[in-house]
Design a protein. Structure first.
Length: 316
């Protein structure tokens, strides 16, 4: 299939990617942590939503809110019981990354045990996803009619949060220099908790929407994690606006571009999962700063070097 349908699909999936990727961008920018447990925030949001819809027949809006709350809860639990104690011991960035991986595995395997006990290892969302409107020759299904306005609202919310609120200004201060922020009177522990809550809620909500697009199982978040990392690498790791653009670039590449290659040259759609790998390698080789505006073309490399220096200076 190639044409208008793939354009609407690309817009829809790009909007879901944006919800899932913005959270990872915030953890990188504000908390300086490449959170490998981000995948599980997607999964718990998806499971929360589908279980409520399939087995309790609750209102979809309520189920979305619960998915966001559950995502926020798991993110805050990780901060309180894993990352904060390690930070208090001045653990290196390497240790924190390993801890995030371990925390993610704990959550994932707990989901496996819970889902196996209730025979829900694999779930299909029962919400119908029929076409609900046509605009400009593009057909949009129920998922698109929900995710597009939600993503627009998320963009407005995060923009106003970062630019018009004291919390947002504190987050930007921590992004620039967390030590100086602490000296200046910023309650970094409180801002960190708020950041994790926002990250978890947006990611859990993204997982809920993703559950309408694909089958739900304990590794579904991990399956899409590479796409999310490709987006933030393309964005330059810490750029909120770059993440938004990168989400649609990856989505259109995976769907419209691959659809064109399949239609014109017979290239199998099975190659679609290669796209994120290609994007990561090309960005690192050609423009390490990604879509982010920097005074140097080595923005991404400088970020990684600064992270490594910070890890080395605080190694335990």
């Amino acid at each position: 299939m190639f044409g208008a349908d793939l354009v609407s699909i690309s817009i829809t999936i790009g909007s879901i990617y944006a919800l899932m990727a913005v959270g990872l961008t915030l953890t990188l920018a504000v908390l300086k942590l490449p959170n490998l447990a981000h995948a599980e925030l997607i999964t718990v949001g998806a499971y929360s939503f589908v279980v409520l819809i399939d087995f309790f027949s609750v209102n979809a809006l309520f189920a979305f809110l619960v998915a966001a709350v559950i995502g926020a809860l798991f993110a805050v639990v990780g901060e309180i019981f894993v990352y904060r104690p390690l930070n208090s011991r001045k653990a290196s960035r390497y240790i924190l990354i390993l801890a995030s991986f371990a925390f993610g595995l704990i959550v994932r395997n707990s989901l496996y045990i819970w889902a196996a006990n209730y025979n829900i290892l694999f779930l299909q969302n029962l919400i119908s996803n029929d076409v609900v409107f046509v605009f400009g020759g593009l057909s949009f299904n129920r998922l698109a009619s929900w995710i597009i306005p939600v993503t627009i609202s998320m963009i407005v919310f995060v923009h106003l949060l970062l630019n018009r609120t004291l919390v947002g200004k504190s987050m930007r201060s921590m992004e620039s220099n967390i030590v100086l922020s602490r000296i200046s009177g910023v309650n970094t522990k409180r801002i960190t908790l708020i950041t994790w809550a926002i990250v978890g809620s947006l990611t859990g909500l993204g997982g809920a929407f993703w559950s309408i697009q694909t089958q739900v199982h304990p590794e579904m978040g991990f399956d899409v994690l590479l796409d999310v990392f490709a987006i933030v690498v393309l964005a330059g790791l810490t750029s909120f606006y770059g993440t938004l653009v990168g989400s649609y670039v990856i989505s259109f590449s995976e769907n419209l571009f691959m659809g064109y290659l399949n239609s014109a040259y017979g290239i199998s759609l099975a190659y679609q999962p290669i796209i994120p790998f290609v994007v990561i390698i090309v960005v690192l080789l050609v423009r390490p700063s990604g879509l982010q505006k920097t005074g140097s073309t080595n923005g991404l490399l400088q970020y990684l070097r600064s992270m490594l220096r910070r890890s080395g200076s605080s190694a335990i």
